[in-house]
Design a protein around this ligand. Sequence first.
Ligand code: CAA
Length: 261
Amino acid sequence: MDTMSYENILVDRPAEGVGRVQLNRPKALNALNSMLMDEVMHAMAAFNSDASIGAMILTGNDKAFAAGADIKEMDGKTQIDMLMSRSLIDRFDIQKLSKPVIAAVSGYALGGGCEVAMSCDMIVASETAVFGQPEINLGIIPGAGGTQRLTRAVGKALAMEIMLTDRKLGAQEALDYGLVNRVAPLDEYMDVAIAIAQKVARRSQVAIRLTKEAINKAYETSLEEGLALERRNFLIAFGSEDKAEGMRAFIEKRRAEWTHR
Ligand code: CAA
């Protein structure tokens, strides 16, 4: 699969060091089917291994980031189909990418759409963004991290209400509860996402990678183990050329020139 053959996404570089993947099934409100998710992961893996890229943006369009997993694709699937094949939800592994990913969300981020946004490292929302996990209406439950990531983000009480009653969160509420980093007007949210991505991309990729790994560990382990991983990554950073350059540049009162080594 090369970039020319993508059917469900658009890929570009909106600023130096920044790679962007745009979900592009507007007629289906960017519903996430297997092919689309394969394309997303293929494009993001390519950016992840591209030395000129320091951060990525995942976005949809103004009306929908993504209205969830593709219900029409899931409709015909049995339990055994989902178990035995590489199902849609096995494709949602954005968190495993070593470079930071910012979700730029406008309109619907529902079900798998909300889950994909939450598996990114930061979320920038337009004022029109709507977050929710409406799976309960379909007689299923969130299957790509919703019960875990949303609960960690907003707390148990609100997570229960969102997932048991299909309560939607508007952009400002999502900001208030800590689900998103920023809320901006519709015509500005992408610029905000790009500006944050550029700030990341201007840093040492070595230090960024070690920091992302350590922060993600905070969700998955005891404080003691998390501190041990932080200490390990801190020591790894001390072996980098970028550590030597960063400290020298500070002392010499100049901008650091990162080699990402
Ligand atoms: N899957 C497949 N198609 C979808 C879809 C989805 N999740 N969401 C929207 N679409 C399609 C609609 O079927 C419709 O297609 P047609 O024109 O061919 O009928 C088109 O997108 C436009 O949708 P609507 O006409 O419904 O647009 P609306 O503005 O009236 O409503 C909406 C918007 C409230 C988001 C509504 O589309 C909706 O409720 N969508 C489903 C949301 C949902 O339940 N998401 C969870 C899916 S399950 C999941 O994600 C599991 C998981 O955890 C991995």
